[in-house]
Write a protein that binds this ligand. Structure first.
Ligand SMILES: Cc1cc2nc3c(=O)[nH]c(=O)nc-3n(C[C@H](O)[C@H](O)[C@H](O)COP(=O)(O)O)c2cc1C
Length: 212
């Protein structure tokens, strides 16, 4: 209960920050990696990379396929991309929501870089990386920063997508751009996690609109 309240407060803060950000962006023609970040159009060979959890999740109870994974598979099918799941080397993440919140918060406070089990084969051959993640405490899960810091993104295009329960993209486009300044980071597709489980048709429509 305390975790849910803390999360709600985090979401409220992010929403007000997002409102401020939207105002700033209107007056400062938003650019990333030297080009206007308005469309996620991809060119060349694409890879869908995602991090996603099963077990007990917010608003959906215990799930067998993670919310972000569902969206990742839809995108991969739509654009004909290869996929790579970010799996922790030592997967000790709890399967209950409150306990997972505690671990995630601790990782964030420590600016941790949890290790990833596998590596992407032939990463250099991909031009566009679709990167999917759940919003954790108004940010990317720290293991996604491990991923971003593990490869050379010079000249690559990153097309981010996230699932959330109220924070929307939580300004993660800018966070990714800061982590990989040489990449061109596009607009984030933000999908409600519960829609990925319960309203797949609406998610498919959101993906189609975003890809346009
Ligand atoms: C540790 C943790 C922190 C979360 N923090 C937020 C948050 O700050 N804002 C938000 O909207 N949702 C938050 N959520 C909800 C998740 O973003 C949402 O349930 C997501 O769809 C989970 O995706 P997954 O099943 O792919 O892991 C959090 C969930 C967890 C487990």
């Amino acid at each position: 209960m305390k975790k849910a309240l803390a999360l709600l407060m985090a979401i409220a803060i992010v929403l007000s920050l997002a409102a401020c950000g939207a105002k700033t962006e209107k007056s400062n023609e938003k650019t990333t990696g030297g080009e206007t970040a308005s469309t996620p159009a991809a060119s060349g060979k694409s890879l869908v990379v995602y991090f996603s959890r099963t077990g007990e999740q917010d608003k959906v109870g215990v799930i067998e396929k993670g919310n972000t994974k569902i969206v990742a598979e839809m995108i991969a099918e739509k654009v004909g991309a290869d996929t790579f799941e970010i799996v922790p080397k030592n997967d000790t993440y709890p399967m209950t929501f409150d306990a997972l919140c505690d671990v995630a918060k601790e990782e964030q406070n420590n600016n941790a870089r949890p290790e990833i089990k596998d590596t992407v084969k032939d990463f250099d051959s991909y031009d566009t990386i679709y990167l999917g993640y759940p919003i954790w405490w108004a940010d990317l899960p720290m293991i996604c920063y491990t991923f971003l810091e593990s490869y050379d993104f010079n000249g690559k295009t990153i097309v981010p997508f996230c699932t959330h329960e109220g924070s929307a993209d939580a300004n993660t486009q800018k966070k990714i751009q800061t982590a990989v300044p040489k990449a061109s980071v596009k607009e984030v597709l933000a999908v409600r996690g519960q829609d990925a489980q319960k309203d797949k048709d609406s998610v498919k429509k959101q993906i189609e609109d975003w890809l346009k």
